[in-house]
Design a protein around this ligand. Structure first.
Ligand code: GLN
Length: 396
């Protein structure tokens, strides 16, 4: 009996698999899947506990509780300069993951194409396939992860329905510039396409980089889908609360998909999320500073090894060139290196091959996450010091 020809085309997530591998190696440090190992703010937890104590135990309104949608609208206006009507433009989802899937299913028809920058967060490939679209890839080039404007212009065509933009970017740490976003906006308008943006790392920015939402350009209001969540900003990845902001027309379709996929996100956790979104600017300043220190700590530990890190401008991952280390350990590629590192050094990572359409493109790259408390990163430094350094630092 045939099973789905679509699901046959992709594997399970390597990111989440590496977490399982880390758990099989007690004492190892999980720098693979991006989730914090420190507590979320106490006040947010209390807000959710209070909701449970008040018996908020039944389904919330399918597209999210009114207080959460209002909090999302207020925060999005304040930080992203996007005007969203809580009644018509916001859908609360089970994390940004469901938000992306519901959005693509709401806009795609058979034969449509979706443009994806690679390396890309591994969900986007299966998201495209499951929504019935054909992914088209365009490469970022290190060290600054820029892309070729002419190439992007050539990839856009009459079949292009959407382009996925993830800024700040996982896994590269790239923060899209205003020039890049304006160029993409121009191509979306010219080709009647939609910009689907995943902005979950919007508050994790370094060295003065600024986050910009493409939906804040007036000409993009009707053709943008902005996805976000509480996971990374408030260190609540397990709560699975995210949201999607789009025009009235697109939102109507997204809400239908969301309704039949999940009915809704956990009601008491939506109360906690609404509280989280009301935190003041001090919280975001603390977050940025905390992660800038974490980035610098892990980058310097990596520079002491034969891994050559690219310093990220945002998000909480570091991509490293690992060809020298692969050679030294007489391995073949980043997948083998990732398994070697967790078994022999005690650090779980994600092989670069899982972020490319063709695994060969990422065979000499490996990703480390740094969303960890300083003690974990100190321990990681001790473990990393077991890695030889035979080649000079390349200063990347
Ligand atoms: N964004 C995280 C990462 O790239 C993982 C998220 C997830 O597993 N849902 O590691």
């Amino acid at each position: 009996m045939d099973l789905s020809k679509i699901t046959e085309q992709f594997t399970e997530s390597i990111i989440r698999d590496m977490t399982r591998v880390a758990l099989e190696h007690p004492g190892s440090i999980n720098l693979a899947q991006g989730f914090p190992d420190f507590p979320a703010p106490e006040s947010i937890k209390q807000a959710a506990i209070e909701a449970i104590n008040k018996d908020m135990n039944q389904y919330a309104v399918t597209w999210g509780t009114a207080p959460l949608r209002e909090a999302i609208a207020a925060k999005t206006l304040r930080h992203n300069h996007i005007k969203a009507d809580p009644h018509k433009n916001i859908t609360v989802t089970c994390g940004a993951t469901e938000g992306m899937m519901a959005s693509l299913r709401a806009i795609i028809n058979p034969g449509d194409e979706i443009i994806i920058f690679e390396p890309f967060y591994e969900n986007y490939g299966p998201d495209c396939l499951l929504s019935g679209a054909t992914p088209r890839y365009i490469r970022f080039s290190p060290p600054d992860w820029s892309f070729d404007f002419n190439e992007l212009e050539r990839i856009f065509n009459a079949k292009t329905k959407a382009i996925i933009i993830n800024t700040p970017n996982n896994p590269t740490g790239k923060v899209f510039s205003e020039k890049e976003l304006r160029f993409i906006a121009g191509l979306c308008i010219k080709n009647d396409a939609i910009a689907v943006t995943d902005e979950i790392y919007e508050h994790i920015l370094f060295d003065g980089h600024r986050h910009l939402s493409i939906a804040s350009f007036p000409e993009m209001e009707e053709r943008s889908i902005t996805i976000n969540s509480i996971s990374k900003t408030y260190s609540l990845t397990g709560w699975r609360v995210g949201w999607v902001i789009a025009s009235d027309r697109i939102t109507r379709e997204i809400r239908k998909v969301h309704d039949f996929l999940t009915v809704g996100a956990a009601a008491p956790l939506q109360a906690g999320a609404a509280f989280a979104l009301s935190l003041g600017e001090d919280y975001y300043r603390w977050l940025t500073e905390f992660y800038q220190n974490a980035r610098d700590t892990l980058c310097s530990s990596l520079q002491e090894t034969d891994l050559h890190p690219y310093k990220p401008a945002g998000a909480y991952y570091i991509m490293c060139e690992c060809a020298d280390l692969i050679r030294q350990y007489k391995l073949q590629n980043s997948l083998e290196l990732a398994f070697f590192l967790v078994k022999s050094i005690g650090i779980a990572t994600v092989p670069g091959s899982s972020f490319y359409s063709n695994p060969r493109y990422g065979q000499f790259i490996i990703r480390f996450c740094f969303c960890k408390n300083p003690e974990t990163l100190q321990k990681a430094q001790t473990y990393l010091s077991k890695i030889p350094k035979a080649t000079p630092d390349r200063g990347i």
